[in-house]
Structures are given as C-alpha cells and as structure tokens.
Design a protein around this ligand. Structure first.
Ligand code: PLP
Length: 493
C-alpha cells in the first residue's frame, strides 16, 4: 500500500469511525448474533490472492457490525464502561502509526519519558502522596494493559520483597510455601487469577494460600477480620505477604476502608505489600469531593486504576503507581545480552519492561496525554461530576417506584437494584423474575445492563447493575433506560 493509498483509505476509515459514533446510539446495544454466525460467514481459508479494499471495507458493515455489542453506545450500562473519546482514538492511531516499541528507554526515549511525566500528572490529579511519583527516590507510575496485569505485577513484587526481607532468617528454606495473601470475598477475580499464575493457588477454590476476608453489610472488607486472619496465620507459622484492598468492587462498588486496612498492614511485623485496586472508582478521585475513597492510600505499596473505564481513555490503559519500584524491578528484571545498552547500565533511565509482564510495549502514554490535554483536568472533572449527578437521578427514579428497591449503598455511579419480592414469593422465584426482567431489557436493544448476585440476609440475591459511565451517556439516556426498564416488567409473571 502506497502512502497515498493509505492516506485516502485512512481518511475513509476515519469518516467511518466518526459516523459510527454518530449513529451508535440508534443501534441495538447488545449484539443479536447467534454463536457461529460470523464463523459461518467467513471463508474457511485465507485468500490466496490479494483482495480489493472496496470489498474489505464493505465487510465491516456486512459481517462485523452485527456481531458487535456497542460498548460506545450511550445506552450501554452493563459491567463497567470501556471509555473512548476522539482524542484517545487519535492517540492510539498515532501510537500504531509511529509503531515504536518502548520496551527500554533506549528503544524510544520519548515513549518512556512521556509515560513517566503523564503518570506523574495523573497521580497528582488523584492526589497520591509524592512517594508514588517518579520524582521520589523509589516511586513512579507505569501503564499496564489491564488492572489484572497490575495486580499480578504487584503480587510478584510482594513476593520478591518478602523473600528478600526474610532471606537472612532461619526459616527461609520453605518460605515460598508459607506465604499467604488476603483480599475480600468481593475482590475482583483477577486477584485469585494472579495467585494461580504465581503458583499460590492450584485452582480458583484453592484456599491454602489465599484468604478471602469477609465483608460487612455494605460489602466492604471487614478490617477486624483481616487483622484476625493475619494473626491466626502468623500463629500457624505462615507469612502474610500481600493484601489487596478494593476501592469500588466490581459487583457493587463497595469501598474497602483503606484508612483502617493501611495502618493494619503497616503495623504488621511482616509488613505485607498493600495493593489498592481502584479500577473503576479511581477516576472519581480526580474530584476533590470524592478523593476520600482513597483515604489511607499512603500506606499502599501499589495503587491502580483504569482510565479506560471512566476517564475517556480508550481501552487499554491501566495506571499503576508504586512507592517501591525497586521491589517490582527485583521481581521482573531479567537482562539478556541483546538488551544491554549504555543508558540502562549507567542506571540513568527507567526501563518499563522491568515493570510489567511482557517485554514489548505500545506507546500508550500518547492517548492519555492527548486526553488530559484536550479536556484539561477541569473538563475531566466535569465529566465525572455529571455522571455522578445523573446516577443520583437514576437512583431517585428507582426509589420512587414501589415495585423496585435499591439493594446496595451507591458509592459512585453504579446502582444495584431489583424488583422487590412479592408477598409470599420465594427467593428463587424472585431472583428468576429479576433475571427475566434483565433479559427483556437487553433483548429490547434500547439499553443494556448486567447483573450480579450478592448475599443479602444470608440469601443469594440477584440484582441488576446499572453502571453509568459510557463516554456519551447523558441524563436523557438514563431517563430512556428507566422507561425501557419499567416497560419491560412482565406484569403477568
Ligand atoms: C474491571 C475491574 C478489574 C479488571 O479490569 P481489567 O483492567 O479488565 O483487568 C479489576 N478490579 C476491579 C475492581 C474492576 O472493576
């Protein structure tokens, strides 16, 4: 493809993307594809002969779009959002267009230094202590692909630090088999997955090294139970080495009390590594009035949040900060001859390959840089505040209808609600009626929500999750979603 051909097709594709964003609101949010639809429509073998671009582009609408669930629709309220914005799309385009691999400082100094500075900006925006910024002796931020990679990196660093701290103690021989980690029963599945990858759990239910701490009625980790679990493990000769607290759990955005968990970890003999997973809620902390959710974060060793969830930055972009980068590097740095270079050897530069699982890395800082500069911190705050406001409006609509109840406390923009059980209706029946309601809403194509099940009064309780935060969502969309919800109730059921 010649540069001129690329220019022409590129303009055409940009037009296509701009039009897509204009019309996405009118498309059925959830894909109506059946399993195998696309597979059945695609040729079984790669084309031997080059194809023309007319037919390639035509296949986007013909084959691909019907198989899309439209995450960029303002009517998408399922899971957590995957934000996008035009400045971020341009940043990703430029990143791919420049095509550099910033694995080492030396392989593209700008990729490393822009990331360092933009993560310092973002850290300041959520008011992290200076110890997490690159300007401190052992701190700094890095972009990971996802929060799941972030927790795995933190876990590896925690283990490296524990092994080092205990290196001289008598009982090191079997230390690796005595390390125990703690997170709440409401933590994201990526914590247990990280434990499995790290060899600390053989399967998701393996509790030999993993402690799932109970939560209170608000689904936040109970710090007393955490303290008791760690003490019990120490008595049994085990070594608590990692605690993951969640600020904004996936099911209900419960906020683990960092201001109690942090001091508990700091005071503990083994000083377990504290990781704070604020994947969704972190974005809200750019507003001073919501920053209280991170109170106590100064005790953390790593903190992460996903600008790709609620800060107008296209997937993938997870920000991870540490105030113990030496431990991360100890855990992840392996230097073969072919990567040796003068700048790294002189210790003058940051090599982000040592802060992540893969070697290679895309220039993701560009999109974050574009987003922050395009909107300004003020513009980003306004975006968060407007979503917080309309989440309140939605909660009011639910509370105003006696057929419904709000089931968990709303901390940010997620509203967990359900149809109240009817007189004499059993739990199972009531759960089924709520599941049917969700299916009917999503089948309408006019809005998309998702669900969770949480124990309420000891009973598994099915609830609908209205997660507000898609980039284009405005008050009129949540009003429309409410009308869809109400009209989807099957009064005969
Ligand atoms: C979404 C979410 C994650 C995982 O996000 P990825 O970036 O997709 O790995 C982790 N923790 C919490 C609390 C989340 O909400």
């Amino acid at each position: 493809m010649s540069p001129d051909e690329f220019r022409r097709l590129g303009h055409e594709l940009i037009d296509y993307i701009a039009d897509y964003h204009t019309r996405v609101e009118s498309l059925p949010v959830r894909s109506r594809a059946r399993p195998g639809d696309l597979l059945g429509a695609l040729p079984a073998h790669a084309p031997e002969r080059a194809e023309g671009w007319d037919s390639i582009l035509a296949d986007i609408d013909r084959l691909i779009v019907p198989g899309l669930t439209h995450w960029q629709s303002p009517n998408f309220h399922a899971y957590f959002p995957a934000n996008g914005s035009f400045p971020a799309i341009l940043g990703d385009l430029l990143s791919t267009g420049l095509g550099v691999n910033g694995m080492l400082w030396a392989t593209s100094p700008a990729a490393t230094e822009l990331e360092t500075r933009v993560l310092d900006w973002l850290g300041e925006m959520i008011d992290l202590p200076a110890s997490f910024l690159s300007t401190s002796p052992n701190g700094g931020g890095v972009i990971q692909g996802t929060a799941s990679e972030g927790v795995l990196v933190a876990l590896a660093a925690a283990r490296a630090r524990a092994m080092k701290v205990h290196a001289r103690s008598a009982a090191t021989t079997d230390l690796a088999s005595r390390l125990t980690l703690y997170t709440s029963a409401q933590a994201h599945s990526s914590v247990v997955k990280a434990a499995m990858i790290a060899g600390l759990a053989a399967h998701p239910e393996d509790r030999r090294r993993v402690r799932l701490i109970g939560t209170g009625p608000d689904f936040a980790m109970n710090p007393g139970s955490l303290g008791a679990a760690m003490a019990g493990d120490v008595d049994a000769g085990l070594v608590p080495f990692f605690v993951c607290a969640t600020v904004g759990t996936t099911s209900s955005t419960a906020i683990d009390p960092l201001d109690r968990i942090g001091p508990l970890c700091a005071a503990h003999d083994d000083r377990p590594w504290l990781h704070v997973d604020a994947a969704m809620a972190g974005a809200a902390c750019i507003c001073p009035e919501f920053r209280h959710m991170l109170r106590g974060v100064e005790h953390a060793d790593t903190v992460s949040f996903n600008p790709h969830k609620w800060m107008l930055t296209s997937f993938d972009c997870t920000a991870l900060w540490t105030r113990d980068r030496a431990s991360i590097i100890n855990a992840l740095s392996v230097t073969p001859e072919y990567l040796r270079n003068a700048a790294s050897s002189a210790g003058e530069v940051v090599d982000y390959r040592d802060w992540q699982v893969p070697l290679g890395r895309r220039f993701r800082a560009l999109k974050l840089w574009f987003v922050i500069r395009h909107y300004g911190v003020e513009g980003l705050r306004a975006h968060i505040r407007e979503h917080m406001r309309i989440a309140g409006v939605f909660e009011g609509l639910v509370r105003g209808d006696p057929r419904f109840e709000v089931v968990t406390p709303r901390t940010i923009t997620l509203v967990c609600f359900r149809l109240r059980a009817r007189e004499g209706e059993g739990q199972e029946e009531s759960n089924k009626r709520n599941a049917a309601l969700l299916e009917s809403i999503n089948a309408s194509g006019k809005a998309m929500l998702s669900h969770t099940v949480l124990p309420i009064d000891g009973r598994p309780t099915y609830m609908l999750r209205m997660a507000i935060g898609a980039s284009g969502t405005q008050e009129r969309h949540i009003q429309a979603a409410w009308r869809v919800i109400v009209s989807s109730i099957d009064e005969r059921a």
